[in-house]
Design a protein around this ligand. Structure first.
Ligand code: WTA
Length: 676
């Protein structure tokens, strides 16, 4: 943290915001119930989870045991049977059949609404279609789609029949898609002809066609016609159809019955895998299961978002991320909420689109990311002022630390100083929010995620696992298992154990640094491993390095994140070119370059090529902001790249700390000279 940031954060620690009386009165979770829950969790933790599971989820069969804990492997609600799609749909049919479940808004302004009854029918039809295609319990299904209602239907249909879904973000490249399909050994891909992004068409189906050249396990591809007009009218967007393998979604479901029995699934039945970046070049498939996951998704949605029957709830995440799984689909639908889905970007056609949507749809609960908030700040308040946002009553933030200035702007300009802000800390691995204010209870401090929720035992510790004192930085750990925790990394129990449960004895280590202030508030300081957060997207520096070195001109690469005003972090790649690479061989007509010569640095063409190569290998979200050529990288004597030094250089800081382990001190000097 810079001195300036430190001052702001210390100032904001002094500044506190209490929930308004009117909010407190109507909150789903009040102080006396909170105190009871905390006491119960501290004295009888299994009883605490037992009670929550009993009161919030429908079970076909009750559990014999709340928790079977064989560190680091957990089984929750052992022996119980349930079904998540039943909890999200069927159980609402008695009282909410005609309540709006989804309000969908397309990038072109189209709007579609589905009631709970209609969503139920769509899910049943699609479940029946999947069964007819031979999809069985535990089969893996890839969902590679834009944010359209059919994507939600596809997730719920998989959950209904016990197939394991794996949503791949539509912005990922065909290469990244192929890797994920192969790791999952999936049988089916559900996709769309294309998706809209800022007026352009993202060619999803042709990406699938390309990816499948390398994916032998896929038997069928189901294609929703999103960009091409309805199937009974001529297509203006052509996709190639591989007969025998590809089927149009509408052709499939039109023949199906509107009812389908939910499968009675074991509480530990796998629900989904979601690939996320870790500290190696290979993304890992985080596995979540049924009973524990839906319990925590439901309870946290009720407590933190204070969901009421009258709310219109909008979480702006894409379903390709964990936030889209837990807080667009499963949590709010299990609570019977009205959920808004918006297909487009925050700045298309202009910076007012979000405020227009809130105004027109009377959105009351709004959950977004700090990077979006900072972009809105930069775009200017005039966009916000165009619309009436008085329907809003609660705001949320997720994905990265929210800086106090952005928090204040959100509070004043979007929340009209009356809406509580919930700054929610969690991860793909945790399945649901673990640290967050409770809107009717917690006194907030801008920039702090405040306290762990009841039942969650979070702590900031040193390397030996001992708690550190107030304001001392340390590692954020969770000391006891919780129901929505990941169960493993798909197909790799050892990696799961090593990544999360062996760095700090007896605790789950989250990869984040944190500190607690003297009042016990948690302040998340960001990742302490090689994961970076770029516009809230989680990326591994190693994954980007692997992509770079797969380019024929690159010998070695080191990637680091550096602070960025809008994105939170930006990507800088230090690249060592192969010794035979000259301007001619990279297709540049400029003066021949020597490696690391000033002209090499100016080789815009090669820089652009390498950036595009990363886009091709991973997707646009991983495109480096800066590429710097060098003839060697700073390494320790044991060969480890000293990223700390590179981070200092990328962010233009003076190198601080110890450089005595550096194998060749002159490397640092050379890198600095290149900088000037
Ligand atoms: C970061 C996103 C500070 C953190 C749900 C974590 C946050 C990583 C917050 C997980 C927050 C998420 N304050 N940092 N409120 N929320 N993070 O898996 O570094 O995409 O480890 O899950 O995001 O990212 P993931």
């Amino acid at each position: 943290m810079s001195t300036e940031e430190n001052i702001i954060s210390v100032l904001s620690e002094k500044r506190t915001f209490s929930p308004h009386e009117s909010f407190i009165k109507q909150a789903n979770l009040n102080k006396s119930e909170y105190d009871r829950l905390i006491l119960k969790a501290n004295t009888d933790l299994e009883g605490f989870w037992d009670e929550l599971a009993e009161n919030n989820i429908f079970w076909f069969k009750k559990w014999e045991k709340v928790l079977d804990w064989n560190e680091p492997f957990s089984k929750w609600f052992v022996g119980a049977k349930t079904n998540i799609s039943y909890n999200c749909l069927d159980r609402h049919l008695r009282n909410k059949a005609n309540k709006t479940a989804l309000i969908w808004i397309g990038e072109n302004g189209e709007k579609k609404e589905l009631t709970y009854k209609e969503l139920f029918s769509e899910v049943c039809k699609f479940s029946n279609s999947l069964l007819k295609l031979g999809i069985k319990e535990l089969d893996r299904v890839i969902i590679y789609m834009p944010l359209i209602p059919e994507a939600v239907v596809a997730m719920l249909a998989c959950a209904r029949i016990g197939a394991i879904h794996s949503v791949v973000f539509g912005g990922f490249s065909k290469e990244a898609l192929a890797d994920r399909i192969n790791d999952a050994k999936a049988r089916l891909v559900i996709t769309a002809d294309g998706g809209y992004r800022r007026g352009q068409v993202v060619p999803l189906k042709s990406n699938v066609d390309e990816a499948l050249k390398k994916c032998p396990t896929i038997e069928n591809v189901i294609v929703v016609q999103r960009v091409g007009v309805c199937h009974d009218k001529p297509l203006h967007f052509n996709v190639s159809i591989n007969r025998g393998r590809d089927i149009f979604y509408h052709d499939l479901v039109s023949k199906e019955s509107e009812v389908s029995e939910p499968h009675l699934l074991d509480s530990e039945h796998p629900l989904f895998t979601l690939y996320t970046s870790g500290t190696t070049g290979k993304p890992k498939g985080i596995l979540h299961t049924t009973g524990g996951y839906i319990l925590w998704a439901t309870v946290t949605t009720k407590w933190i978002f204070d969901i009421k029957d009258t709310d219109v709830y909008w979480c702006t995440a894409d379903i390709g991320w964990i936030t889209g799984h837990t807080y667009v689909v499963y949590g709010p639908l299990s609570c019977g909420a009205t959920v808004l889905l918006y297909e487009g970007a925050p700045n298309y056609p202009d910076w007012a689109i979000f405020w227009k949507i809130i105004n027109e749809n009377k959105v009351s609960v709004f959950y977004t990311a700090p990077t979006a908030i900072r972009s809105f700040m930069k775009a200017g308040d005039e966009w916000v002022k165009k619309y009436n946002l008085s329907s809003l009553r609660l705001l949320g933030s997720v994905g990265e630390p929210i800086n106090p200035e952005a928090w204040m702007w959100y509070h004043e300009n979007i929340g009209a100083k009356k809406c509580p802000i919930v700054d929610t800390w969690w991860q793909t691995e945790t399945g649901g929010i673990l640290i967050s204010p409770l809107p009717g209870i917690t006194v907030t401090k801008p920039g702090s995620a405040t306290f762990p929720l009841p039942g969650i035992f979070a702590s900031v510790v040193d390397q030996d696992g001992n708690s550190v004192g107030p304001n001392e930085g340390g590692s954020l750990v969770i000391k006891k298992p919780w129901p929505s925790m990941l169960r493993t990394i798909y197909g790799d129990d050892e990696r799961y154990k090593k990544n999360y449960w062996s760095q700090i004895k007896g605790a789950y280590f989250a990869g984040d640094g944190a500190r607690c202030d003297e009042d016990g508030y948690f302040w998340i300081l960001g990742r302490v491993d090689d994961v970076i957060k770029v516009s809230g997207h989680r990326l591994s520096t190693m994954e980007i390095e692997s992509a770079l070195v797969s380019h024929h001109d690159v010998a070695e690469a080191a990637v680091v994140g550096y602070p960025h005003d809008i994105k939170g972090e930006a990507i800088c790649a230090f690249v060592v070119l192969k010794s035979n690479v000259t301007a001619r061989s990279v297709g540049d007509e400029a003066v021949p370059i020597g490696i690391a010569s000033p002209s090499a640095r100016n080789d815009i063409k090669l820089i652009e090529k390498l950036k595009q190569h990363v886009v091709k290998e991973i997707g646009p979200i991983a495109k480096p902001d800066q590429i710097k050529f060098t003839d060697s990288l700073p390494k320790t004597r044991s060969g480890k790249i000293m990223r700390r030094l590179l981070r200092d250089i990328a962010s233009g800081k003076q190198t601080t700390g110890d450089t005595t382990t550096l194998e060749d001190v002159s490397v640092l000097e050379k890198l600095r000279i290149e900088e000037e």
